[in-house]
Design a protein around this ligand. Structure first.
Ligand code: FAD
Length: 321
């Protein structure tokens, strides 16, 4: 069975959920091999959790350079592994960093790039990426016609399922980076958002739209999110109106989320918003307009004023805790 390389997404030795989703997807098409490109000592911290999601192998590429340079060390390591191991595919999280790595890797290795997959399948000798397109109106299957397919997989697109893997370690070199050609990290700022889960990792997301009306009133969205242990999201109209910071925007030009539960408060459900959330497992919408398009994809809808409905919901959830 061919290896499928999975780029591990971790921060300070804590593996992000999307990595487990990618390892699960990789098992559909071959033998998952996790690739840890990180600061020295990271692999020891993450190995057990990678094994728990089926990593047969763990390629360990550790170097201080990884923290110094943005994506270059990861692209270099993956490109060398593609050359040396001829994997069936390379799976990379469709995060901001992952997308940049994937694009560069595909160019470097002369490979086809499949983006924003919500699953992968085998078809004969080919790897097929399953993609949700046109704001989720269609699901298509695509394959690359050259090289080792590089596939970015949407966080939340695949449900992570545990399976014990051997996680056999193999150390690989991180090539020396040419500083003149690489982007250097000058500082890292923690994302504002307090103790809430990261938007793309959260199993529940509560988002507010233009219907929330102001930055101050976004408190109603945050209170429900905190009662549910959820991340807060926002529509572009809410972001453009200055109600909530841009890093929380959900949609075509924002983040893609696929939580177990997505609650939309005062969001009309424009196609560009839906593109970022419609693969959520359960969608709940509160909108005072019964004709709002969000109700077309909602599993549960409440036609009403969000300022009447959301606080009641927050109260009920808090009571049951
Ligand atoms: P509106 O469409 O104005 O809807 C507000 C809703 O709130 C209405 O349905 C109204 O009935 C309801 N409402 C008002 N008051 C209340 C109340 N008190 N209680 C309950 N309901 C209430 N949008 C995104 O979200 N994400 C993107 O990434 C994105 N990318 C885009 C990219 C491009 C190229 C373009 C052209 C557009 C993009 N958009 C994106 C914008 C998108 O087309 C919509 O304009 C936007 O999603 C609308 O946001 P909204 O639903 O919050 O606002």
């Amino acid at each position: 069975m061919s290896e499928v390389l999975v780029l591990v997404d971790e921060i300070d030795g804590e593996v992000k959920k999307v990595t487990f989703e990618l390892l699960t997807a990789a098992r559909e098409i071959g033998e998952p091999a996790a690739v840890v490109v990180a600061a020295p000592g990271t692999a020891a911290k993450v190995k057990e959790s990678l094994a728990a999601y089926g990593a047969a192998k763990v390629y360990v590429a550790e170097s201080d350079d990884v923290a110094t340079y943005l994506v270059t060390p990861k692209v270099d390591v993956l490109a060398n592994l593609v050359g040396a191991k001829s994997p069936a595919a390379v799976l990379i999280p469709a995060t901001a960093e992952g997308k940049e790595i994937a694009g560069r890797l595909a160019v470097r290795t002369g490979s086809g790039l499949l983006i924003e997959a919500i699953g992968v399948e085998s078809s004969g000798d080919d790897v097929v990426g399953v993609q949700s397109i046109f704001g989720g109106a269609f699901t298509v299957k695509a394959k690359s016609t050259r090289g080792t397919p590089v596939v970015t997989v949407r966080p939340g697109g695949v449900e992570a399922v545990q399976a014990q893997g051997a996680a056999a370690e193999e150390t690989v070199e991180v090539p020396a980076v040419d500083a003149a050609k690489a982007t250097t990290v000058t500082g890292r700022e923690p994302v504002v958002g307090g103790d809430r889960p990261e938007l793309t990792e959260a199993s529940i997301v509560v988002s507010g739209g233009r219907g929330v009306g102001s930055a101050e009133k976004f408190e109603v969205v945050e209170q429900l999110a905190d009662a549910l242990g959820a991340a807060v999201g926002a529509s572009r109209a809410a972001v453009d109106s200055g109600y909530y910071p841009a890093q929380f925007q959900v949609g075509q030009t924002g983040k893609t989320v696929s939580p177990q539960l997505y609650v939309a408060l005062g969001i009309s459900g424009a196609i560009q918003h839906r593109a970022g959330m419609q693969t959520s497992k359960t969608i709940v919408a509160v909108n005072k307009d019964a004709e709002a398009p969000i109700f077309e994809i909602a599993d549960f809808g409440v036609v009403g004023d969000l300022f009447a409905v959301a606080p009641q919901l927050t109260g009920e959830v808090t009571k049951r805790k």
